[in-house]
Design a protein around this ligand. Sequence first.
Ligand code: C5P
Length: 317
Amino acid sequence: MTSVCVQVPAKLNLQLAVGPPRTDGYHDLVTVFHAVSLFDQVTVEPAGRDGVTVTGEGADRVPADQDNLALRAIAALRASLRDRGADPGRVHVTIAKRIPVAAGLAGGSADAAAALLACNELWAAGLTQQQLCAIGATVGSDVAFALLGGTAVGRGRGEQLTPALAPATRYHWVLAFAEGQLSTPAVYQALDRLRQSRSADHARSAEVRAAAGPGLDAALMSALRSGDAAWLGQRLSNDLQPAAVSLFPALRKTLTAGLELGALGALVAGSGPTCVFLAANAERALELAVSLSGAGVCRSVARVSGPVPGAAVVSAG
Ligand code: C5P
């Protein structure tokens, strides 16, 4: 085989409930992941040494060395295959980006997931999706979901996944990309600071909630099962949102504008700064996208729908 090309989706978090910081620096989560139709394409081909070329949206901000998440995932896969007695070769990775970088849409994790699937195919390694997910989880918390796709509940760091049983409803979303990025660790740290600085009463009730751990929103899951977009719009939630807005105050205006323009719900995507709006149908999404871009409250907009499948091979030859 001379090359394998994989398409991989961005993710939204329809719920993101964050517990207190753990000793390893991560936070326990309960999240509802939702894969949407904004895709990066990752191509791998045999080469003399590992390398990466990145093109497209925000390419200049993606590391093109061993820090690149796709290369780190490939190194982890190769180490795992060597443990099994195989000797996979070196590869060049070409990443065509459409998922913006550091935007809360897990673009880096998506590229890592795509690289794992592509190399599994290129090397005819035969690892299962579950095995690839386990390797991916060592590289980033969202890699396993990018392999799985659809709608799924994530626990732990987000890597322990349970597919959500939902009817074949298609949801229509408008993404508002921001002028600038947010660092995921900085947003988690800002949340910890916000929680610490709350009044004693708030702190006590937050402590009680934290002791119970973050919980799945049963009403959100019912809304998903019913396929009722208006209900789903009311249940969208993200514990990281106040932290993201505190670091990027312009997001408040973007969120308000989307709701005033008729979105069924609005929230910050993951750690931000992308804002996400749910529309009643494809036509409403188009209207909302046009109005939002005219309102001057974001860098650009995209219309996407979900759920879509996870990373998938689009060509191999
Ligand atoms: O796993 P990933 O590399 O995507 O995480 C990036 C950073 O986000 C982590 O280093 C950590 O600071 C923060 N994070 C967290 N809790 C999670 C996931 C990520 O604190 N469950």
